[in-house]
Design a protein around this ligand. Sequence first.
Ligand SMILES: NC(=O)c1ccc[n+]([C@@H]2O[C@H](COP(=O)([O-])OP(=O)(O)OC[C@H]3O[C@@H](n4cnc5c(N)ncnc54)[C@H](O)[C@@H]3O)[C@@H](O)[C@H]2O)c1
Length: 335
Amino acid sequence: MSRIFVTGGSGRLGRSVVAGLAEAGHMVISVDRDAIPAEQLPAGAEQYAADLLAPGEAERLIRETAPDAVIHLAAIAVPFSAPEDVIFSTNTRLAYAVVSAATDAGVPRIVTASSPTALGYGSPAGWLPPSFPLDEQTPPKPWNAYALSKLIAEQTVQMFAAAQGNKIRYAAFRPCYVISPEEWEGALTQQGHTVRERLQNPALSAPALFNYVDARDVADFLDVLLDKMDAIPNGEVFFVGAKDALATAPLAGLFPRFLPGSGPLTENLTGTRPAFSIDKARELLGWEPKRTWRTELTPPFEGEDTAAEEETEQAALNDEIPSGLVPAGATKETP
Ligand SMILES: NC(=O)c1ccc[n+]([C@@H]2O[C@H](COP(=O)([O-])OP(=O)(O)OC[C@H]3O[C@@H](n4cnc5c(N)ncnc54)[C@H](O)[C@@H]3O)[C@@H](O)[C@H]2O)c1
């Protein structure tokens, strides 16, 4: 059991992180400007209401609570939800204040939340990556203050890692569009639509490139990350997403409709395959998301699901090919 200090613990993602880590047996210290309602605070968690931008506040709370790990989630989490300069200064100052206070206090493991938006998709000037699926090698090209502030949060932990060496372990993670448990049952998601509406109308999910992740899977990811941080390179960045796309049709067909020029790049996004690869988290940490919209949506989606059908057809086809006939270099795996 560890003592884990979580900033932004009252937020959309933070509530599931606090609950998931407490359930995994950790002592969780949630710090947020807004309190979690007392009846929702899980056993094994305590909370402090504080403005982490107030001078000395992050340092005081981290020293007083003496955690084994810090997970920094507090931020303005929605692009353009405040003036650009306010988003930039709030998020970058928060990341610096929390990561530097944790470093000064000698906390051995420090993690910060970034965002897939750091890649720069959605730019009004146009955006195309070198290839799909997107992964941690895809060059980031942020085009707004939120995305830039998240890239700087990543670079903040990397700067401290460069200064500290392996005395202190740092990491950053880019959660895909977070779906919290109540949102599977119809509560509005971050952009103001239900999950079902995002599935029924691909234009709603296209701006996030059809990415998503269950907030409880992010909590599981963080539990695994904290456990493995000593054994992986310092300052790593991870995408954290579902194993499939938030879409009922294969992305190979959807992308050309919503991202001009992406057709030749996205032909490999067949079946239920998502646009973002989580292979790095799988390979370095052994983490695997457990939940998908097909298992969590309540009541289940009853419309046409051509992505799942295509996946099943491909799997059947692969099973039919005798192993001797598989062309050199090809695999029988379905994506
Ligand atoms: N929700 C998503 O889809 C998503 C996707 C990618 C990245 N992220 C990142 O994950 C993190 C959590 O996102 P979320 O959706 O839970 O956001 P949220 O807005 O629901 O929660 C953020 C929390 O931070 C707190 N906070 C903000 N400023 C603070 C301050 N000065 N002092 C103390 N607390 C403060 C807020 O009160 C809030 O509870 C953020 O860093 C966000 O950028 C979220």
